[in-house]
Design a protein around this ligand. Structure first.
Ligand code: FEO
Length: 400
């Protein structure tokens, strides 16, 4: 370890639990998800009779994590490491941490004990824990809850019963670098925005599993006083607030918000988008117009999360659609937004395949087609633009 324990210090969460993670102020892109506010890689230390490290951090931050551990205890005093999730933002530092700490045991889910060696070619023995299994720490007990596909097949959560503290790994997290690690000290509008962005871009495809998880936690009668995720702030006051947000997003209830996403070659499709926006508003919808190339795909997904309408525009180019539009459709399709009313639009010069391809994509995403696609030749006429306004108004009325 190259960093003095006087430099990076642990943060007390409860009398026996410390945050020992790392803050990544520089991260602006997380495998294609724009993270304008950076992130944290949270790891936690439980000072029970058996000392436990919950998760580690991304590899470049290992010394920072070890420094924080060393501000409380010698890293070699850690008895167990629990890996709740195998993705490298939480395990990049694990092989080296095992080498330095030499824990008695390293625990992961049944899928985790397969994923970790595949990632790191680990020779160290790993111990699989069962869904619903318990691990005695002497004066404390850890419970394990498999949460497959939230976010990967190996994912699980750990619950420290005596503290009613849920270590929720990616679940209930957000990408938000902050020196203040507690949600109750951060502006709620920032929390909700970043939590929604995270949900939309990481967890939206698994919404049915989120709803089941909520039920499962309720049925198991697990009291939750603190939620300690692997990214972003810790929820120690009103932790059910973020659970409620997740439940709301997972239900995909359509709203009156219409998202108009488009790219344009010479301004014609942009003009159609603006005319649609005027009509949508006249019909009673809340309108978000998102020009691609100037809007990140993560921001489009975030807006789509709470939308009721998705209107997509592209000019025809080389018998296809604009690459930026193809990109966002591929991205959104993977995220599986639900309950959307849709409309395709775009200008073309001669062949005009663009809107047909857009409609095929919307159909593949199970977006309901509100009206036939709107098309304009080269530059929209006043009649074309009135048709856009009217179509927008009709869609707006259905959303309002
Ligand atoms: Fe934060 Fe799925 O890793």
């Amino acid at each position: 370890m190259n960093i003095s324990p006087e430099t990076f210090r642990a943060v007390k969460v409860t009398d026996d639990v410390y945050w020992v993670g790392a803050i990544d102020w520089e991260l602006k892109d997380f495998h294609g998800y724009s993270t304008g506010r950076g992130t944290t890689y949270n790891a936690y230390l439980i000072l029970a009779d058996k000392v436990v490290l919950i998760d580690t951090v991304k590899r470049p931050f290992l010394d920072e994590m070890l420094s924080r551990v060393a501000s409380v205890i010698e890293p070699g005093e850690i008895d167990y490491i629990v890996s709740n999730h195998s993705e490298m933002d939480h395990t990049g530092g694990l092989p080296e941490a095992i080498r330095i700490i030499r824990p008695e045991k390293v625990f992961a889910s049944s899928m985790g004990v397969k994923a970790l060696p595949a990632h790191f070619h680990l020779k160290d023995p790993l111990t699989a824990v069962k869904d619903g299994g318990k691990l005695s720490l002497g004066n404390r007990t850890l419970h394990f809850l498999e949460t497959r596909m939230l976010h990967w097949p190996d994912s699980m959560m750990s619950y420290l019963a005596e503290e009613e503290l849920l270590f929720s790994q990616d679940g209930f997290g957000m990408h938000l670098a902050t020196a203040d690690l507690f949600a109750d000290r951060i502006d709620e509008s920032v929390l909700r925005f970043e939590a929604a962005k995270y949900y939309a871009n990481i967890l939206m495809p698994y919404s049915p599993l989120i709803l089941k998880l909520k039920e499962r936690i309720a049925q198991a009668g697990l009291g939750i006083k603190i939620i300690a995720p692997d990214h972003g702030p810790i929820w120690r006051k009103d932790p059910l607030k973020i659970v409620g947000w997740y439940a709301q997003w997972a239900e995909h209830q359509p709203t009156r918000k219409a998202v108009v996403v488009y790219d344009t070659m010479w301004g014609s499709t942009a003009l159609m988008a603006r005319a649609l926006g005027e009509g949508l508003q006249a019909g009673g919808a809340e309108v978000k117009i998102l020009p691609l190339g100037k809007t990140t795909r993560a921001d489009v997904a975030t807006e789509a999360l709470e939308a009721g309408g998705l209107l997509v525009g592209s000019p025809t180019i080389n018998n296809g659609i604009f690459p930026t539009v193809a990109d966002i459709l591929a991205y959104l399709k993977g995220l599986k937004p639900q309950n959307l009313l849709g409309l395709a639009f775009g200008s073309h010069g001669w062949s005009g395949e663009g809107t047909k391809i857009l409609e095929e994509n919307l159909a593949a995403m199970k977006v309901e087609r509100a009206l036939p696609a709107l098309r304009a030749v080269y530059v929209p006429t006043a009649v074309d633009l009135k048709a856009c306004f009217d179509a927008g108004e009709a869609v707006g009325r259905r959303l309002a």
